[in-house]
Design a protein around this ligand. Structure first.
Ligand SMILES: Nc1nc2c(ncn2[C@@H]2O[C@H](COP(=O)(O)OP(=O)(O)O)[C@@H](O)[C@H]2O)c(=O)[nH]1
Ligand SMILES: [Mg+2]
Length: 401
């Protein structure tokens, strides 16, 4: 072998090595493209070998980076968005529901105050007349009037705006009874028993249906007791609401003893590990005394079966009845230990001011209000939002109009 052949051989070998290296370098990006890893490095990749080691040791890998492609929107976030829309929508609907009430005593006061810079004592007679013919009850009217009189005594507080501000403030205080607003049954004794009472036609059964759906949506297991055994149709009506809310309905025969139906329902609730029992009752018996006796008996049977029950006794009142609703509330309060009020039909009445009289005279909290016949037409009562909707634009009317 001469030197020429040796040099040629070495050069040839070197070029083969260089060519192989070049080919290998070219393959790297091709391999990357083939890789089905996401374009973004996962935290493990970013950490390099240490991350890979952790994975190899079977330790919990870190949360992978989000896939670049669009994920379906989780149900929860859709619900949140819906809720956000709902709260504005709720205030709008509440405001719409209270439109007729605003058209009553509030509009009358508004037109009395309109264009006035100052109020004088002469106008008080008219204010008095308006308040006393409103459905807010005699005591509440008197109290508001006394307050306005006092305010007028102070020179700087005699503008319509100041008077409106005062009426609004005092209304909010009256409505803000301890316990006002949604019932919380979470973490409470099981089953949490709610006894629903009230005169026929006020909306007990409908309200129970709405509440059942509400509690179900909050994740509670609900059972309904059809203790209005006075009419067979009452049971059928409750059954329809129960089916809608996925709640079992325990009922007896027409004319059955309401207490025994409730006891059966409580036994069943324990078997099924139910969270909330809603008990419907009759609103009409042969006499008022019969009705109150019956309700007291129902209350006693409940307490024998579940400790501390009924945990809530709600009186359902129909706001279209105006002052009569206050009279009913007084009657029921004498016979039963009422813990809260549900005021229905605020959507179609000019008598919504009655809520002031009920809270003021009976010192009872309003839990919910009904603003329609549909399942979602029940609102947790919020005193501030209610006052805002009730007196919406009233100060503008009275002050600048
Ligand atoms: N507009 C309106 N109607 C209601 C409301 N609540 C109940 N109702 C209606 O009032 C009527 C009597 O209701 P119901 O639940 O049977 O009363 P109950 O006799 O006390 O059980 C029914 O036609 C209901 O649809 C409400 O908030 N608004
Ligand atoms: Mg009924």
């Amino acid at each position: 072998m001469d030197w020429g052949t040796i040099i040629f051989g070495v050069l040839a070998l070197a070029s083969v090595v260089l060519i192989i290296q070049a080919i290998l370098q070219m393959r790297v990006p091709i391999e990357d493209e083939d890789d089905d890893q996401p374009a973004l490095a996962t935290p493990a990749q970013a950490k390099g070998d240490a991350g890979a080691d952790q994975d190899a040791r079977g330790e919990e890998p870190e949360e992978p980076a989000p896939k670049p492609e669009q994920q379906p929107e989780p149900e929860g976030s859709k619900k949140k968005d819906r809720k956000k829309v709902d709260s504005a929508e709720e205030q709008r609907r509440l405001s719409k529901g209270l439109a007729k009430t605003r058209g009553g005593f509030i509009a009358k006061l508004g037109s009395l105050f309109r264009g006035k810079r100052e109020l004088d004592a002469k106008m008080l007679d008219e204010v008095e007349e308006i308040l006393f013919t409103a459905d807010i009850g005699v005591h509440t009217s008197q109290e508001l009037l006394d307050n306005i009189r006092k305010e007028l005594g102070k020179q700087e507080l005699n503008s319509p705006e100041a008077i409106w501000g005062h009426i609004k403030q005092r209304s909010a205080e009256i409505l803000d009874q301890p316990g006002a607003g949604a019932l919380s049954v979470k973490g409470k004794i099981k089953p949490f028993v709610i006894l629903v009472i009230g005169v026929n036609g006020t909306g007990k059964t409908t309200t129970i249906g709405k509440l059942a759906a509400r509690f179900r949506d909050e994740g509670h297991k609900v059972l309904l007791a059809a203790a209005d055994t006075f009419r067979a149709a009452a049971v059928d009506q409750l059954q329809i609401w129960g089916d809608r809310a996925g709640a079992e309905v325990v009922s007896g025969k027409e004319g059955a003893d309401p207490s025994s139906v409730i006891v059966d329902a409580l036994k069943r609730a324990k078997e099924l590990d139910v969270d909330v029992v809603l008990a419907d009752t009759a609103g009409r018996l042969h006499t008022k005394a019969d009705l109150m006796d019956e309700l007291q008996k129902v209350g006693r049977s409940i307490s024998k079966w579940v400790e501390g029950a009924p945990h809530e006794t709600v009186l359902v009142l129909d706001s279209t009845m105006g002052q009569n609703a206050i009279a009913q509330a007084r009657l029921f309060k004498e016979a039963m230990d009422i813990s809260g009020i549900i005021l229905t039909k605020l959507d179609g009445t000019a008598k919504g001011g009655v809520v002031l009289g009920i809270c003021h005279e009976l010192q009872l909290p309003v839990r919910y209000i009904g603003i329609g016949e549909q399942v979602d037409d029940l609102r947790a009562f919020e005193p501030r939002a209610f006052v805002e909707a009730l007196y919406e634009d009233a100060d503008a009317d009275g002050g600048q109009g």
